[in-house]
Ligand binder design. Structure first.
Ligand SMILES: NC(=O)c1ccc[n+]([C@@H]2O[C@H](COP(=O)([O-])OP(=O)(O)OC[C@H]3O[C@@H](n4cnc5c(N)ncnc54)[C@H](O)[C@@H]3O)[C@@H](O)[C@H]2O)c1
Length: 245
């Protein structure tokens, strides 16, 4: 079961693309003919996930390093002369109830999700503005919409991403740029590393009755990244089997 997209001639940048949802998103763009810049923390993980290909450039980078993000974005633009699509997907969790949450656990989660999304967006918007075209897609969460016990840091970051998405959508709409978000629910290492009882509890909450495959997230990203989706901006699309209803 798959939808065919055509992103030939496009350049897409995907953060957190060494595994999970990010890897499926980057693979979808690659299969659809795009040049894909895949950013993630470790060069080993990137090398394992991405065999050499003329249309893939991997960049080992921590998205919290805002200056390095700027340099990578310039390198990606120099590589193909364009950046049409940016997907801010890199993420971590450091779960603890708020009264036990340390400063570092709070800050690290905000820095990766919100800081990383900001850094990439700030760097790609001028490239997209100059081209008069762009698609930015951020990754939020059920927790950013409704809250989850033990995730106040993650909720603040993901809720912030929703407000950021809508604001940048308004700021850039006149330049042919759309900015949207998805709220996923997929079986990735972030989820499968949880205790089995927690996974069962979470599955119970999903009306469709299962976690998605990461590829099902990529399908929604393909829709939002398509040229034909030019009238869709500032939207948070839950791709979560009905969880957020
Ligand atoms: N899996 C789900 O059900 C689910 C639900 C809601 C939201 N999300 C969000 O989807 C996104 C992808 O999650 P996933 O489930 O694929 O997780 P994952 O842990 O499988 O993958 C996350 C990727 O991000 C990378 N990453 C983390 N910190 C980074 C940093 N500082 N710099 C660069 N790369 C970094 C990791 O190395 C990893 O490759 C995240 O933003 C997550 O919060 C996932």
């Amino acid at each position: 079961m798959s939808i065919s997209f055509d992103f030939s001639g496009r350049t897409a940048l995907v953060t957190g693309g060494a595994q999970g949802i990010g890897r499926a998103i980057a693979a979808m763009f690659h299969d659809a003919g795009a040049h894909v810049a895949v950013l993630d923390r470790s060069s080993e993980a990137l090398a394992d996930a991405w065999p050499a290909s003329a249309r893939v450039a991997t960049h080992a980078i921590d998205v919290t390093d805002t200056a390095a993000v700027g340099e990578v974005v310039r390198a990606v633009e120099a590589w193909t002369g364009r950046i049409d699509i940016a997907v801010n997907n890199a993420g971590i969790t450091r779960d603890r109830v708020v009264w036990k949450l340390g400063d570092e656990e709070w800050q690290d989660v905000l820095d990766v999700h919100l800081g990383g999304t900001f850094a990439v967006t700030r760097a790609v918007v001028p490239v997209m503005r100059a081209a008069g075209y762009g698609r930015i897609i951020n990754v939020t969460s059920y927790t950013g919409l409704h809250g989850t016990i033990g995730q106040s840091n993650y909720a603040a970051a993901k809720g912030g991403i929703i407000a950021f998405t809508k604001t940048v959508a308004k700021e850039t709409a006149r330049f042919g740029i759309t900015v949207n978000a998805i709220s996923p629910n997929a079986a990735t290492p972030m989820v499968t590393s949880l205790p089995v009882e927690r996974i069962d509890e979470m599955t119970e909450m999903v009306p469709v009755g299962r976690f998605a495959e990461p590829e099902e997230m990529a399908t929604a990203i393909g829709y939002l990244a398509a040229e034909q989706s030019s009238y869709v901006t500032g939207v948070v699309l839950p791709v979560d089997g009905g969880l957020a209803m």
